[in-house]
Design a protein around this ligand. Structure first.
Ligand SMILES: NC(=O)c1ccc[n+]([C@@H]2O[C@H](COP(=O)([O-])OP(=O)(O)OC[C@H]3O[C@@H](n4cnc5c(N)ncnc54)[C@H](O)[C@@H]3O)[C@@H](O)[C@H]2O)c1
Ligand SMILES: O=C(O)C(=O)C[C@]1(C(=O)O)C=C[C@@H](O)C=C1
Length: 306
């Protein structure tokens, strides 16, 4: 419904986010032609079979030739090498963007390879699922979710405005944020929670006697949410923690302090501390719901509508 924003868009890395972008762009007619490239022949084959991208190319350089917008949709650790590979063939005046979950590292790894006359506007859609790969995407993923733009110093405002129009056309609300602030906020709201979920499921797995039977049988609510999060792509999350190290360690430090305080309250029978704490956290959940970020717990993060 939105009308064309870019003539040609190239998606590098054809997983959950790229495939959702493709279907969302098609839904609103936001791009004339979308080309795509993925590293493995198997993924490229799947993409061709399901009609993901108007044209699937056998190299990243071929995919980006003539593109007005190139979006790097690979794991954070692969952004720099991919950018280095495509830099020589980018069209003058083109915009390069990305969807990485960490911003400072991506900027440091990508920006040095951006050629003169090419714009760079990093971005991060705050939407996802535990699924990955070319068949996991869906057009509604970004509906009513935030997409954060993280323009670097000196970025052409027109290039930023055009990318904003694309994300809005794909259904997202758009805000701009500084890279370091982004990484700290996401360490609190996304990265550390994932690490905690991975840990909780790992602990349950260590107690084999339990996981073999009861945990699966009785995992109705809380633990099931943890297992969904802990099923997220290992490569993606390895890269997130390796590249957002300082912020994650800072938040983990605070987390363990609070955990020890709760542990002490349980040991000493300090019910007042526990009750006060849980009352405060309950209010946060209600605030999220009132802000329109409501969620069905088992599917948190999937195409929510206001
Ligand atoms: N999954 C989420 O919830 C989510 C949400 C927002 C942003 N992100 C970010 O989006 C990016 C992509 O995540 P995704 O969930 O779509 O992952 P995904 O695993 O579904 O897809 C990643 C794709 O990149 C390809 N790839 C990996 N290394 C490559 C390389 N060197 N060259 C070319 N292709 C390569 C993989 O084969 C795969 O096709 C990541 O940077 C991630 O941090 C993910
Ligand atoms: O719902 C999920 O599966 C997600 O974890 C999505 C989620 C998140 O933490 O909210 C994960 C990583 C991203 O960079 C953005 C979104």
């Amino acid at each position: 419904m939105s009308g064309q924003v870019y003539g040609r868009v190239a998606l590098i890395g054809l997983g959950l986010i790229a495939s959702s972008m493709f279907w969302a762009m098609k839904r609103a007619g936001l791009a004339g032609e979308v080309t795509g490239y993925a590293r493995s022949a198997e993924t490229r084959g799947t993409a061709r079979r399901i009609g993901l991208c108007d044209r699937v190319c056998d190299s990243a350089q071929e995919a980006v030739q003539g593109a007005d917008l190139v979006v790097l949709c690979v794991p954070v650790g692969a952004m720099g090498p991919v950018m280095e590979d495509i830099a020589p063939v980018l069209k003058p005046g083109a915009t390069v963007s990305d969807v990485g979950s960490v911003k400072r590292h991506v900027i440091d790894a990508v920006q040095p390879h951006i050629p003169e006359g090419v714009h760079f506007v990093p971005a991060h859609p705050l939407a996802g699922t535990e699924h990955s790969g070319p068949e996991s995407g869906f057009a509604e993923l970004f509906d009513n979710r935030w997409s954060l733009l993280v323009p670097v110093e000196g970025t052409d405002p027109e290039a930023t405005a055009r990318l904003r129009a694309l994300w809005e056309g794909m259904g997202a609300h758009v805000d701009e944020m500084d890279a370091d602030h982004h990484d700290l906020v996401l360490a609190v709201t996304s990265h550390t929670p994932h690490l905690i979920a991975y840990t909780m499921v790992g602990v349950a797995d260590d107690l084999r006697r339990v996981t073999d039977s009861e945990v699966i049988k009785y995992s109705a609510a809380g633990f099931r949410d943890f297992t969904r999060i802990a099923a997220s792509d290992p490569t993606m999350w390895r890269d997130v923690f390796l590249t957002n190290k300082d912020a994650t360690l800072e938040i983990l430090g605070r987390f363990t302090e609070e955990l020890f305080a709760l542990q002490r309250a349980i040991r000493t029978g300090d019910g007042e501390h526990l009750h006060d704490y849980f009352t405060r956290t309950r209010a946060i959940r209600r605030g999220i719901i009132e802000a329109g970020q409501d969620t069905d717990a088992p599917d948190f993060g999937r195409g929510q509508k206001k």
